[in-house]
Ligand binder design. Sequence first.
Ligand code: SF4
Length: 387
Amino acid sequence: MKKFVLHSEYNIINIQSYKDHFGDYLITKPLEESFINNLHNFSVMSRDAFQNSLYKILIDKNIKEDSIIVNAASFDYLVFKDRFLIKNNPHLILDGALYLAKILNIKIINIVLKDYYSEEKNILIKAIAEAEDAGFAYDIKINIYDEQTYYSENHDRITPLSFENKKYIFDLETITQITYLAHIGEFSFKNYGAHENKGTYILSMSGDIISPNIYEFEMYTPIKNIIRAAGGTIKDYSIKCVFTNGFLNPPIDFISFQNMTLDYECFNSFNMNIGNGGICFIREDRCMVRVILKIVQFAKSVSCTKCMPCHYGFDLCEYYINKMLLGNSDNEDYINLKETLEMINTGSICLYIKKLSYCILSSVDMFRDEFLYLIENKVTLYSFIKD
Ligand code: SF4
C-alpha cells in the first residue's frame, strides 16, 4: 500500500508499540466538545451508502440504540481494505471504537467480521485482551462476531437492509480516521487534502491496472496521479470504462475519469459518490456482457430476498443474459433486461440495491452495442476473457 500520509508505515499489533506511537487510548482523556464540532468541517467523515455525516449522527439525540457496530463484514464488490486495516493496526480500530462509545455513552461494541476472517479475528481477540488488561475497556463490553454467530445471537442477518436501518454502524476506515484526527489534532489533520476536502481516502484499485492494491491518497489528488501511483494501465490496451464506489456508481469512460480529482464535488458533478473507494478498470477487449453478468451474480448474492423486485429481479436478469450468451435470444430480451433492472431500481427497499441496479442498468445502456452484436451474431464481440 502506498504510504502517503496518515496510515502507519508498519504493523502495530501490540499495545506497547501502539502506546509508543500514539500514547494512551483516547478513552483515558477528557472528552472535548470541540472534537465533535470539528467533525462538521471534515467531509471525509461521511461515508456510508447515504453519505451520512458522522457529526450529525453523533449529535442526534433521537437515536435510541444501545450498541455500536463496527462493520468489518461489508459486502462491497472488489473493495478489500478491511483486512489490511485489521492486520496493520487493530488498536487503531479499538481505540476509535471505544472513543465513539464514550462519546455516545454506550456500553456495548459489536465487531462483525466476514465468516472467513479467522486470522483477523485472532488478531482482534489478542488486541482486545491487551486493551482490557491495560484498563482501556473496563466498563465497555467488546464482542466479536462473524456473520453466522451475529445472526444466531442477535437474530439479525448482515444484509444491506439491516445495515441501512442501523445508525451507530461505522466502517473501519472511518473509525481509523477518527482516531488519527483525535490523536494528531485538527490542525495537523488539516495539512492533508486541499480546499474543503481535508483528510485522506483509501482506494481499492483492481481490474486492468498494473499494480492492483489498496492505496491511500490525500483528498483532492488528481485521478491521473492516482492511476500513475498504481503503475498505470496495461500497455497496448485502452480502458473502455471504469467502475467506482465498488460498482455503486454508473460506469465512466476513461478520459473523463482521468480528468477528475478525488473530491466530493467533482464526483457529485458526475452523479457519483466516492463511497467505499472501490475502483475497477476494464480494458477494451473484455466482454462487457460477461462483466455485467458477474455484477448481477454478485447482486444476487447480497440480496436478503425480503422484497420481490430484488429477490426475483436479479434471477431474471441472469436468465436474460444467459439466454443471450447461449444464442437463444432476440432484441426483446435486451428490452426485458433493461425493464427488469428499472423495476429493481424503482421497487427495491435498500439504497444499496438501488445504486447497484442503477450501475448495472447504466452499464447495459453504455454497452448496448455489445449486447445487440451478441443477439444478432450469437457470439460475443469479445468472445473470451483472456488472462
Ligand atoms: S432490496 Fe429488498 S431483498 Fe434486496 S437486500 Fe434490500 S430488503 Fe433485501
